[in-house]
Structure formats: structure tokens, C-alpha cells
Design a protein around this ligand. Sequence first.
Ligand code: HEM
Length: 427
Amino acid sequence: MLVILSSNYKEYVKFPTLQIVFQRVFGRSILTIDGEEWAQRRRILNPAFASDKLKAMGAQMLVCIQEMLDDWERKVLETNAATGELELDMIKEFTKVSADVLSRTCFGSNFKEGKAVFEDQEGLIEAIYQDAVRYAIIPLYRFLPTARNRLCWKLQRRIHETLKTIIENRMHAVQKCQADSYGDDLLGRILAANGSSLGDGVVLTTQDIIDECRTFFFAGHETTASLLAWATMLMASNPEWQDRAREEVLEMRNDGYINAHSKLKILEMILLETLRLYPPITQLISRTRSPEYGTTDEASTEERKLNIPAGVRINVLCGVMHRDKKMWGDDVDEFQPERFANGISRACKGMHGFMAFGYGPHSCIGQTFAMLEAKLVLASMLQRFRFRLPETYQHAPRLYGTLRPQHGMPLLITPIHFSETDKWVTM
Ligand code: HEM
């Protein structure tokens, strides 16, 4: 097993098609820049994701989550009040809620405009992706006024104008003392850190900030939805773990509510085990910048120096490493959240067995955000619904950028307060 022990800087953009999508959608963002520029950018963005600040966002996340659950309850009443059971495609539900959460936590009071931007961005990615091969092989194709290119230009203009207006309004409000801060959302925190000593005084332009907001949506949207969908599938097929998680949630409720401070250890273990078995990102791609890059490490039993020349592309297959018996034991293919009872480092042998959020300096900046969101979604869901898999469920994990269920993730949900006597029971 090859383990990369250090990676100072990585180059992300390797495949021509991916390069076109990334550059056209995000411009020069943390995902597409490299070297010292990347390092400065990361220092400016890091504080926005500090865990104490994120906890304050829990309330905004819960607003979106409760809306989704209220909607489910309404649908059960309208369509299936007799049985109390309803089938929903969880991948669709979680894709929507994670988009709502990102719009709210990124843009706070500008939530509606933010949501419209993200919808445009999805349209843009789709349009660019459809033509990616042509862009890659026909020089200057992207400048031709084809119908799809015109659509891309229109969406790009609209995204740019909306985000520029939001950002400039916030900056003007502070400059003119109409507001005492840039806001308590991710955008506000980036504006506050911009130009400070964190990034060596580097000042991000409005365009840079626009590119970063768009990147967060791309990086945090499908990944979190995919984690949530697999987690509900695993809890539905392992009802004892669903019950344990629900018991913990009910025990940890404060005044009847779960919040970002609730300690939910069982749920955390379930999420880590889900990420191990079904990591939304299954491989990491990097390129060596200098020789003497790493060592080989056979599950910590043997270590040999490995000289890799500069410029070599390395694909780290985290999905495969997560299923390596030498690292995880003979029960590697089983759902055993207990293995994470004493944290990630004790769950496997070897330094880099768990790679769901990447590793090294480029590891996921949004991992605490994603884990908080996932915990709040599942805890809220467990409080209000029981769920099981329908007999028609077909297990088919497939890579569509992220690891998603090919035939959707149908789940039969029943409100907890629906009693066996076909009545809604009030709390
Ligand atoms: C379950 C959810 C998530 C998973 C599994 C995940 C996974 C990853 C992985 C594996 C990487 C490293 C990629 C590489 O090294 O090539 C990464 C990077 C990144 N992620 Fe996440 N991510 C998740 C959620 C989020 C969220 C919610 C955000 C933002 C709101 C986010 C923003 C980013 C950014 C900006 C990077 C690039 C970091 C850099 O290059 O410095 N991610 N993510």
C-alpha cells in the first residue's frame, strides 16, 4: 500500500475535461490555484470554518432541516394518512436540503439570492459538462456562439452580477457605518478576514470572493447529500443502529431540541463508518512537485523510502484503502460503527487509513461543517421518523463525480408519532 506522508502543494486540475469544467465554473478559486497563492487563500478562508463559528451556524442549518421534515410530514398526511408510510428518494431530498443549508450559511440574509445563484451554477455545470469533450478537442470552441455557449455566458453573467451586488452592498454598509460587521455567515467571515494578517495582508478581489463562494457550493453540496443518503441506507438496513442513534438523540435533547452543541457520539461513529464504506470522493489526485515525496508503508509493519520524481501524477484510491483488510481487519466490508468508538486514529492501522476528507494541507476545509450538518439532519430525522428500505431497493453505488446510488435512494419513512392504531399522537 502506498502512503503519501507529506504533500505541500497539489495540482488538482489534470484531466482536460475536468479542467474545463473547474476553470469555467470557479475561475481562480482554492480548488484551481496552487502554490503560495493557494496557501494564502487557505489562510484567509480557514477561520470561516473554525468549529466555534460553525456551531453558531447550527441554528441556520436547523431552519432548513425543519422545513424539509415538516414537508415530509405534510406529504404523509396528504397522501398516506392511512398507513402513515411514505416513500421518498433520499438523494433528492438531501441534495435539496444541503443546497438550502449552503445558501443560508453562506449568504445569511441574502439567502434567496444565494439560492438563485446556486441554481444557476448547477445549470452552468450541466451545460459545460455536456460540451466538455468539444471544448477539449476543438480549439476556441468555447468562444463560438452556439446555443449552449450562449446559455453558459448568460448564466455566468447572472451569477457574477448577483454575487457582486451582494458582496459590494455588504462592503459599502460597513464602510458607511450602516452595519457594524460584514455578517455572521461564511461570506461575512471571509470579508472580515480579507486583507488581515491571516493571509499576509493579501486582499482578495470581489472576483476572488465570488469564485470561492461558488466553489463551496460545488464542493459541499453533492458530497454531503451523498453521505446522508448512504448513512440512512445503512441505518435502515441495520435497525439496531438506527434505534441506538435515536435513543442517543432523545437522551441528548436539550429542552426537547437537538442543537449544534449536542454530543452525539453514536451518530458520529455511524457517519464515520458510512464515509469509510461509501466515501463520496473515492480518489484523490495529486502531482509531485519535487522528488523524495513519500514512503511505502505496509499497514505500519514495514516502511521503505520511495523516490518519486517531480511531476508524477498520483491517484490515491481512498475507496480501496477504506476496504483494505490489513488496515481495518477481516470485518472490513461490514457496517461496524463501533470500530470508531475511540476515534479515527484507533479505528485502523497505519497513518492514512481514513481518507474521506483527504489528507495533508489540502484536506477538506469544510469537513467540520459537513459533519455538523450531517449530524443535525440525521438527529432531527431520527426524532421525527422511523425509516426502512423498500423491497424494491437496488444497491448500486456508482461514481457520478461523487459516489451516488445509481437508482436513487428510496426510503419508506413513518412519522414516529403515528401509532399502530392509525392515529397521529401528539407529543
Ligand atoms: C461529506 C462531505 C464532504 C466530503 C466527503 C468532502 C471531501 C473532500 C475531499 C476528499 C477533499 C480533498 C480533495 C483532494 O485532496 O483532492 C476536499 C477538499 C475540499 N472541500 Fe470538501 N468534502 C465535503 C464537504 C465539504 C463542504 C461542506 C465544503 C464547503 C462548504 C467543502 C469544501 C472543500 C474545499 C474548498 C476543498 C479544497 C481544499 C483545498 O484544496 O485547500 N467540502 N473535500
